[in-house]
Design a protein around this ligand. Structure first.
Ligand SMILES: Cc1ncc(COP(=O)(O)O)c(C=O)c1O
Length: 411
């Protein structure tokens, strides 16, 4: 453990470590051979590899059907469209997430309604969801933030009682399981991203999973310019778009999928070491796993700070920790509804054809999210792929910053 009262690196002291952290993406001959096979086959367009990947990834997450798209964002839009959600409908979303969770709702003409998050999970609060339901509510989109799984038991009860859809935003949760079942297979549909920073990547890409064959077909039709199985090439049954994935992306994803299980288990074991170490450090509040999360695919490891106790800002803490040689990120620093886009659609009648008088986002307040945006920081999943001995070093660095926090107050 770090010695108490040493100079922090950010104040001119020695760094805790000079570890070369794993970089991302990780790839080897599997990717190389997969790409070369596609190249040499001349079959570059949306074909058998895409469908092989859809089936393999759906099975990995314990879902029946998978429909790929060009990104997590467009997969969300396709899913909402396939469920017939649009003009005048309301969809409940959390504000502690990436913009796509809410912008996809706006893109299909529906209205995102924000429900707060829970302070101990950082995922949507089912009680607040319940309080936001109106006769116009068609869906709720829980985000399995950082690979943590939102309370799917309670959300499932609410959705069943009120006949609303659950669309899981599983764009951080490849490999996560709730009571043995994979994310993306817990609600009506679930959406994943394969963007460059994600735990399995083809630079860009996304997928929608579901157990509902009809929803899968409707989603497929939307992603493939409105075509339908059995229809003629130039027969378009729906107003669709072109969200097709290429065979190159599928070759990359099949290779990446082959190491996802091993990577997931390694990240999980390493995160446990960090969490164990952090529990004993005053001023640090780890996010403890719900026992119903039987496997957690860490995209991020978010940690909260007791700012009153430490007497510094989260950003100062992150700066000091990063200076110790342990890269940390402040994560989402504002609730989504404070983004300029929401102010704009609340005030400019031309940019809010869909909202009517339903919501003025300037009036929205989710106090837990606002607090979390101030006091939470993240480690990226790549750190969790380092050797397990490096996890003790991470804990040492956090401890060093906390024990010497007075140096940060002085400056
Ligand atoms: C929670 C969440 N939802 C949706 C998305 C959208 O995914 P993509 O970048 O593939 O469009 C992301 C991407 O970062 C995300 O983090």
């Amino acid at each position: 453990m770090a010695q108490a009262k040493v100079r922090l690196a950010v104040c001119g002291g020695e760094k805790t470590c000079s570890i070369e952290w794993p970089t991302w993406p990780i790839w080897d001959d599997r990717e190389r051979q997969g790409l070369m096979a596609v190249l040499e086959s001349g079959q570059w367009w949306y074909g058998e590899r895409v469908h092989e990947f859809e089936a393999a990834f759906a099975a990995f997450q314990t879902a029946r059907y998978g429909v790929t798209a060009t990104s997590g964002t467009t997969a969300l839009e396709a899913t909402l469209t396939a469920l017939g959600i649009g003009q005048g409908d309301e969809v409940i979303v959390p504000p502690y997430t990436f913009v796509a969770t809410a912008s996809a709702v706006l893109r299909v003409g529906a209205v995102p309604i924000f429900a707060d998050i829970q302070p101990h999970t950082l995922c949507i609060d089912p009680d607040d969801v319940l309080s936001k339901v109106t006769p116009r509510t068609r869906a709720v989109i829980p985000v399995h933030l950082a690979g943590y799984v939102a309370d799917m038991d309670r959300l499932g009860e609410i959705a069943a009682a009120l006949d609303i859809n659950i669309i899981e935003d599983a764009c951080h949760s490849w490999g996560s399981q709730w009571k043995g079942k994979g994310t993306g297979a817990l609600g009506r549909c679930g959406v994943f991203s394969f963007q460059a920073s994600k735990n399995i990547t083809s630079a860009e890409g996304g997928i929608m999973l579901t157990d509902d064959e009809q929803v899968a077909e409707d989603c497929r039709s939307f992603t493939n310019v409105g075509r339908r199985k059995g229809g003629a090439w130039y027969q378009h049954f729906n107003v669709g778009s072109n969200l097709r994935m290429t065979e190159f992306q599928a070759a990359l994803l099949l290779a990446q999928l082959s190491r996802l299980e091993e990577h997931t288990l390694r990240r999980q074991a390493n995160a446990e070491i960090i969490l164990q170490g952090l529990r004993t450090i005053p001023g640090v509040i780890p996010i403890e796993n719900d026992p119903r999360i039987t496997r957690r695919g860490y995209h991020l490891l978010p940690i909260r700070l007791d700012l009153n106790r430490l007497g510094i800002s989260r950003d100062r803490f992150v700066e000091a920790l990063s200076a110790e040689g342990v890269p940390a990120s402040p994560g989402y620093t504002t609730p989504l509804y404070r983004n300029p886009m929401f102010e704009r659609i609340s005030t400019d009648p031309h940019s809010r054809p869909y909202l009517g008088d339903v919501v003025d986002y300037r009036q929205v307040s989710c106090p837990v999210c606002e607090q979390v945006c101030n006091d939470t920081w993240w480690f990226f999943h790549t750190l969790l792929l380092a050797d397990s001995s490096a996890m003790e070093v991470i804990v040492d660095a956090v401890q060093k910053v906390c024990q010497n926090v007075d140096q940060l107050r002085e400056r």
